[in-house]
Design a protein around this ligand. Sequence first.
Ligand SMILES: [Zn+2]
Length: 550
Amino acid sequence: MVRIACGMVALAWVGAAHGAEVTLLSNARVITMDSARPYASALAWDDGGRIVGVGDADELRRRHADHVALDAGGRVVVPGLIDAHGHVLGLGLTLDQADLVGTSSKAEVIERLQAFEKTLPADAWLLGRGWDQNDWPEKVFPTAVDLDAAFPKRPVWLQRVDGHAGWANSAALKLATRDLAGDWQPGGGKILREGTQPSGVLIDGAMNLIEGAVPSISPAMTERALDVAMRKAASLGLTGVHDAGVSRAELAVYRKLADAGRMPIRVYAMADGDGAAVDDLCANGLYHHEGGRLTMRAVKLYADGALGSRGAALLADYSDDAGNRGLLVTEPEALGAAIAKAQRCKVQVAVHAIGDRGNRAVLDAFAPRLRAAGAGDVRWRIEHAQVVALEDIARFAALRVIASMQPTHATSDMPWAEARVGAARIVGGYAWRRFRDAGVVVAFGSDFPVEAVDPLLGLYAAVTRQDADGAPAGGWYPDQRVTAWEALRGFTLDAAYAAFMDDEVGSLAVGKRADFTVLSRDPLREEPRALLQTRAIATYVDGKSTHGAL
Ligand SMILES: [Zn+2]
């Protein structure tokens, strides 16, 4: 950073007149996402972090004779990248768990667990996350027995990559909050059994039976996890995250970090279901921290499960599992009641829906309430909108429901997604292009830690629908690719819109916050493959660096 003092007289005058020091970033290729001025070479902001000029450097230098000068070295500046669906605590805790992502066999899982176990106290549970039986040769769910030889005493609990199934060893099954034997099933979930005995895998709502037995997370652990995860997000170019499920206790920890100025990103927290956090919003009003980095004004509800574990609710049977149509994890009546309560409290509604039946259930619940007179600008969202009946895509547009989608889910799921739903239904799967063309606002995110946090990987997936090796050639259902500009918009302006923050962030324009990301390469001009080599060199929030520096 180079400081230029343009003479004491000017400094004194500007100081007296405005009381604000201006920082002027020049020699930049600024992609503004502002249709009034899509490109610029310079950006200026005041010491409150608000943009006071977007244009060319000479013009801005004339207007702000005294300024702190920053040289971007010809690099690309984009509006701060926003992940519209992530799990910050989950990411932080994942860094404290065995990482099983990408394991190619059960033997590899055991190896990684044994290595990780060396870091644990004798009485601790061994927790892990990220396995996917679709990546193993046998492609079937594992069992407790697979873990028991290596871990006869220590309880082991391993979440599937999508977070919608868990795999326990026998020691963990014995500690369940209820005897798992028999032929009963919990609401909204499924215990897989061999005869009357649990096999070791529990799906969706059944996972609570083990999770209720895992020693709970202390506020100190939560604080450490949020801190680590937010710094990780900033280091990858993110200036904001919509945190899809935050409890009252977790919000208190966030608030402490915000009070202490320890929020390197803006967190748009969604209350975790129809519980204590949303009750607080109803009782006390929507929550905005005075520092502008923490908001809670939305609630995250669940309609169904996930596709990988066949918990997503489908209108007809799974193509690879006759008789199974997945699960509605919230009964329509309870979902409707939670939505009605949120609407009364003016809380934004965001509902997880993956299968075509799950999405339709949400649209059916939304429709009468959104059509009612005086519904207003509520920006209700469906999280994932992953496999949607084609005729329902137009309903998103008609009801002005936001599709909050995750491009990397498509490229992670493409090896097996069509087997789950068949050739006809996959046409409405991960169909960003169809949503955009229908006039739906599509906000992009990653669902980290289910997928990697890096938003450049999301941009790459959105534009190519290919994996990192460039497969399949031409992209998976390439008619659903979006342009690089559209992808960037999904991670900036449309994500901001989905959080009622488009007046403040999402594009670079006078009056907005100076939240921006400096990239090593130009995502709009270079070949899509270059996105995989593109790095966030620096991240700025409110005009201050949160990662790297110029
Ligand atoms: Zn999620």
